[in-house]
Design a protein around this ligand. Structure first.
Ligand code: SF4
Length: 585
């Protein structure tokens, strides 16, 4: 019998409390869920596709369909088309959704093999909760290839994936143009709470091991969908410095100043240096701070405030992340830690509750100390009650309250994240021009061996950096259009002044806005007003805000030419029901 594989994400609705999942912390939105939460109309709304499923489908020979963001009806309809195997990808708090899907398959399609994968696969007693035949833990491509009798070490192909499934800013639908890159999974830093690191055996598994592989993937994606900006989904991208250096060399050589959003730990950022990051085209960087009294090697001995200020001065938007309710936190020190992280002055902060996730060292420590509360897994989302007994704070209302208040405080003190981002990008463009002039006057040139600017006997025009600066100008021109709505909807005097100051900065550095830019700013105020009213009504109904639902997308990968994107596009069973153009705010 011909094998047909369905790779499915869990069904929606998402971020809505029902029999299968919670509302809090469970929207399919990273930003609104856990970064710009409490920022109301200023919160960019983006939902990301279930990327690993596309990576898997692209790299196996079995005919495969990816079912992303299905409703329950979509899932049943797709199953009825006949599949020999169904893979369900889920995270721990969605375990009851996976259970419903698997039980339905067992009942109505008993001959179908059920494969479970994703972070939910770390649940220790999964067999008794979700019926299944196979469990894929860790890196899935090689696992699936082996399972279907294919060569696990055959070359990997990177799929072409647009950025968010949807994007709204101040209520206006965006026209995102970015794409996603997944050059590797896991992280060797092995922080004891980190599910990503433990899921992959506390090691890093490269999918695109060389800078050349990444550069090729970027060029390929650019040729197919025109993207020049990429979100690199790699937990610690700069941890492989040789690869990043090679990527820069190739971009330099080919005159392609791609732009990247990356995740990296402080110690490697420090090692690579800000000049390298600017040259590489890092627009935004996600850095784990965790706590002022950090016990993690990645931040030990580093002046984070200075590091972040330097990054921001050079136009790199900084997104910090931190955890509340670590063991040393009591009512006093948790507040001090929140103030400390806010005081680092980053553009965005992710706050999460310290959570022992199955499979991690922290989980084992808590289990052996008898501190696991064994709540139902649906509550392991890091935004509510702690999963462990805490040494000092065990009022579960406080667990949710401290977290929510941390977001509110960041918003009140720092203003909207998008406003900070605009300020960083605009001043970064100015600094890049200034630095360029300085280097020209002083005969400095980039030394790719030393990874820094050095005096040169034969300085030439730095054409690559000129192109990079033009790219930075475009980013600054785009982002300035949010300044008017940021001013109009500013939450307090502080934020209003910051918006006005940034508008002046933009005028000084970029010149007066064009008519088109003014018009778009006014449109954003209009759409923002509608969104603001929607949020208000939502709050009157006792909710935190408006919950958006991504639409279902079904992609079938053709058996013979599945790796040819054009063919893939033609074989879509359903047209994309949402815009396939993505990101760029
Ligand atoms: S550095 Fe980040 S990705 Fe790596 S183990 Fe620590 S928390 Fe996880």
């Amino acid at each position: 019998m011909k094998k047909r594989l369905l790779l499915a994400a869990v069904f929606g609705p998402y971020g809505v409390k029902n029999r299968y999942a919670e509302a809090l912390g469970m929207q399919m939105e990273l930003l609104n869920n856990q970064i710009t939460r409490a920022q109301g109309v200023h919160s960019p709304r983006q939902s990301y596709w279930t990327f690993p499923l596309y990576f898997l489908a692209e790299n196996i020979k079995v005919e495969t369909t990816v079912l992303d963001f299905p409703s329950w009806g979509d899932f049943k309809r797709e199953l009825a088309k006949g599949y020999t195997h169904v893979g369900i990808n889920f995270i721990i708090p969605n375990v009851l959704k996976a259970q419903r899907m698997a039980r339905y398959i067992r009942k109505h399609h008993p001959e179908t093999v059920i494969i479970l994968g994703g972070y939910g696969s770390a649940i220790p007693d999964l067999q008794s909760i979700v019926p299944h035949d196979e469990l894929c833990r860790g890196e899935g491509i090689r696992w699936l290839r082996k399972y279907f009798g294919e060569d696990p070490d055959a070359p990997l192909r990177h799929p072409v994936i647009h950025g968010p499934a949807y994007e709204y800013l101040y209520g206006a639908k965006g026209r995102p143009r970015g794409a996603i890159l997944m050059p590797g999974v896991g992280c060797e830093n092995a922080c004891k709470f980190c599910a990503t690191s433990h899921q992959f055996g506390k090691s890093y598994i490269p999918l695109l091991p060389k800078g050349e592989d990444i550069f090729r993937a970027c060029c390929d994606i650019q040729a197919k969908i025109g993207s020049k900006g990429f979100t690199i989904l790699d937990e610690n991208f700069l941890k492989q410095p040789g690869r990043a250096v090679e990527l820069l060399k190739l971009m330099n050589k080919q005159g392609k100043p791609f732009v990247f959003d990356i995740f990296s730990s402080a110690e490697v950022i420090k090692k690579m240096g800000v000049d390298f990051l600017v040259r590489l085209g890092v627009r935004m960087i996600w850095v784990g701070v965790e706590s002022r009294h950090s016990e993690f090697d990645k931040t030990r001995g580093i002046d984070l405030k200075e590091l972040f200020a330097d990054l921001k001065r050079h136009g790199i938007v900084v997104q910090a992340s931190t955890m509340l309710f670590q063991d040393h936190h009591d009512d006093e020190s948790i507040r001090a830690d929140i103030d400390y992280v806010i005081g680092l002055g980053t553009d965005f902060i992710q706050f999460m509750n310290y959570t022992p996730l199955p499979g991690t060292t922290l989980w084992k420590e808590m289990e052996s100390a008898g501190r696991l509360k064994h709540l139902p897994y649906r509550y392991v989302h890091g935004a509510g009650e702690l999963f462990q007994v805490h040494p000092h704070i065990n009022d579960r209302k406080k667990h949710a309250r401290y977290l929510r208040n941390a977001f509110i405080k960041k918003y009140r003190v720092g203003g909207p994240g998008v406003l900070s981002m605009a300020e960083t990008i605009i001043q970064g463009y100015s600094k890049a021009k200034e630095d360029y002039r300085f280097r020209r006057l002083n005969g400095l040139a980039w030394d790719p061996g030393l990874n820094r600017y050095v005096e040169s006997d034969k300085p030439t025009e730095d054409e690559f950096m000129k192109a990079r600066i033009r790219m930075m100008r475009r980013l600054a021109d785009n982002i300035r259009m949010i300044l008017l709505p940021a001013l109009v909807f500013a939450p307090n005097m502080n934020a209003r002044r910051k918006a006005a100051r940034t508008m002046e900065l933009a005028d000084r550095i970029l010149g007066r806005p064009t008519m088109k830019q003014r018009l778009i700013s006014c449109v954003l105020v209009a759409t923002g007003t509608v969104e603001w009213i929607r949020i208000l009504f939502s709050k009157l109904r006792g909710r935190e805000g408006v919950v958006h639902q991504p639409r279902c997308r079904i992609t079938t990968y053709n058996l013979l030419e599945k790796h040819v994107f054009d063919v893939e596009k033609e074989t879509l069973r359903l047209p994309y029901r949402d815009s396939m153009e993505t990101t760029a705010w």
